[in-house]
Design a protein around this ligand. Structure first.
Ligand code: FAD
Ligand code: SIN
Length: 555
């Protein structure tokens, strides 16, 4: 709800106007977590000032849109499955860092949330009798992954949620709008957000008692990634600057099988579900190798398969290994994996006859803003859900298809938490918030910076020094290089466009990941230190916040 304009004096001769508005709830991000939270909050909460959904690109453009394999559903009708089995698989993959109560809660509530999604018009694939079909993915002991459109699960869910949102007139939407700072007062309460419209280049201050970060992951910090260009870790940088506690920032998941086509750095994913249906990893001669690494072969946890592929590539001085899906029935390949088959065909690869060149790529971030199951962070009024959060579900290594489940269960819970709250926008702001707003009205000295090359440099540094294998020397070098890179980017707060803001955030997050990786002197899950191969007996979370500055480890 629009309220008015601030007039800010830049200097004696110039004054600028900044719009300000209020809402009962602001959601930043239009992936599955943000979209579903908006719908659930609208359905349940008392919203005198309405809901605002902000997204930095077009509605629905997100990591969620590209999800392939599916969403875990521990459903009552799947007689082979049980909460205890899903909990046990998740905890095993999590390498000692998953929180039992969180895992159990999310697993137990999957049935309720999936039934609710069906009511919102989301479709999952069914067999000829109309029953939901479940597939298998790595490290799951039974078939429990629901999918949609074959291998287009994310897109199908995202499209139906977007459709419902666009028909809901109580949710305002700002597209191409970047959240650039959180408004936190001296009592550690978040009272709103400062946003930047990348089209008009105008700022706006939005006040709200509830700000929900649903800003997704960090894949774009790495040279090779399955993530689309928006995955630049913005929410993590915002939360860190606001003094919120971030957890387990060293845990980056690399997917073992991204399509490795020369020169293509944003890589198309070849879903784990293809291995779930029987595909094998082979070297250039067609020899299978997973038996050398794990008894579970191709369906070992993701970190193990990734390191196996990486190791084979290094031993053979090759840019890829291969996925042999020729053992899967041709009709089944087309029906289960229509998009993967199409993408391969566009690149001259017929999955039913040819090996698919694959290599690891940054895929998912297990670290994040530390939250409880309702999304509450250490800053009052600031919530985080989906990939930007760290609830304790995934631990050191996420089990396939648990992410979409976490997005929807936590979105549901945040809405439930807010349903009895008084959601009135704050009436007053204090000096701390005013100081934050003022930082964005300062004059910017240089012209627009072309961050393309700087971004490439950062991605190379992270891939090379804070990548799949790390050690003290590589991490120290990485940190030094990131500090050098910072020197080339003279912006701390105010930037001139979306790309500059993203790069500002990427630098902050890259340094946090590298710093935390340096401090964790053990190998656990996806964090693999070649100089500390052991896994310590005691599993502890790493925690860091912009307020305390120091990294600490807690049980
Ligand atoms: P996202 O879907 O990433 O959405 C983030 C949103 O925030 C975007 O709309 C973005 O524009 C917006 N945003 C970010 N920063 C700002 C800002 N500063 N201002 C305004 N807006 C901002 N998981 C599974 O469980 N199953 C799968 O099968 C699966 N397959 C995957 C396949 C691929 C190729 C990828 C990349 C991921 C896959 N994952 C899968 C992971 C899963 O898709 C993501 O973890 C999940 O979708 C994250 O959802 P989210 O809503 O938290 O964030
Ligand atoms: C995949 O389909 O392999 C990705 C699944 C996931 O990341 O959960």
């Amino acid at each position: 709800m629009f309220l008015g304009y601030y007039v800010i004096n830049r200097n004696k001769s110039e004054a600028i106007r900044m719009k300000y508005s209020k809402y009962s709830t602001i959601i930043i991000g239009s992936g599955i977590a943000g979209l579903y939270a908006a719908l659930k909050i609208e359905q349940q909460a008392n919203l005198p000032d309405g809901i605002l959904l902000i997204t930095k690109s077009k509605l629905g453009e997100s990591n969620s849109r590209y999800a392939q394999g599916g969403m875990v559903g521990v459903l009552k009708e799947n007689k082979k499955d049980s909460v205890s089995s899903h909990v046990s698989d998740t905890i095993k993959a999590g390498a000692g860092l998953s929180e039992f109560n969180t895992v159990k809660f999310i697993s137990e509530h999957s049935d309720r949330v999936i039934k609710d999604l069906l009511n919102f018009g989301v479709e999952f694939d069914r067999d000829e009798n109309g029953n939901l079909t479940f597939t298998l993915e790595a490290a799951h002991s039974v078939n429990r992954v629901l999918h949609s459109g074959g291998d287009a699960t994310g897109k199908m869910i995202e499209q139906s949620l977007c459709h419902t949102i666009l028909n809901n007139h109580n949710i305002d939407i700002y597209e191409q709008t970047v959240a650039v700072d959180l408004l936190v007062n001296s009592k550690n309460e978040c009272k709103g957000v400062l946003i930047f419209n990348d089209v008009t280049k105008e700022y706006e201050t939005i006040y709200s008692p509830v700000v929900i970060l649903a800003t997704g992951g960090i894949g774009q910090l790495y040279k090779y990634t399955t993530n689309p260009i928006g995955a630049t870790g913005d929410g993590l940088a915002l939360a860190y600057n606001a003094g919120a506690v971030l957890q387990d920032m060293e845990f980056v998941q690399f997917h073992p099988t991204a399509l490795a086509i020369d020169g293509d750095e944003n890589r198309f994913l070849i879903s784990e579900a293809v291995r779930g249906e029987g595909a094998k990893l082979v070297d250039a001669d067609g020899t299978e190798f997973m038996h050398k690494y794990d008894d579970r072969l191709e369906l070992a946890p993701r970190d193990i398969v990734t390191r196996a592929n990486y190791n084979e590539m290094r031993e053979h001085h090759s840019d890829c290994v291969y996925l042999n899906a020729t053992c899967i029935n041709t009709d089944k390949l087309k029906e289960r994996f229509p998009n993967i088959s199409k993408k391969c065909m566009e690149n001259g690869i017929d999955m039913s006859h040819d090996f698919i060149p694959v290599a690891p790529a940054a895929h998912y971030f297990m670290g994040g803003v530390k939250t409880n199951i309702e999304g509450e962070t250490s800053v009052k009024g600031l919530f985080a859900i989906g990939e930007v959060s760290s609830t304790g579900l995934h631990g050191g290594n996420r089990l396939a298809s648990n992410s979409l489940l976490e997005c929807v269960v936590c979105a549901y819970e945040v809405a439930d938490f807010l349903k009895d709250e008084e959601l009135h926008a704050p009436k007053q702001i204090d000096a701390e918030i005013k100081a934050t707003i003022d930082k964005y009205s300062e004059e910017i000295e240089s012209d627009e910076i072309d961050v393309k090359d700087l971004k490439k440099e950062l991605q190379e540094i992270m891939w090379k020094y804070t990548g799949i294998l790390r050690d003290e020397k590589s991490l120290m070098t990485g940190l030094e290089k990131l500090n050098d890179l910072q020197e080339k980017f003279p912006r701390k707060y105010c930037c001139l466009n979306r790309e500059e803001y993203e790069f500002r955030n990427m630098l902050i997050v890259a340094k946090l990941i590298t710093t935390c990786a340096l401090q964790r002197k053990e190998s656990r899950g996806a964090h693999y230190r070649t100089d500390y191969l052991q896994t310590n007996e005691e599993s502890v979370h790493s925690c860091i916040s912009g307020k305390e500055g120091e990294l600490c480890f807690v049980k």
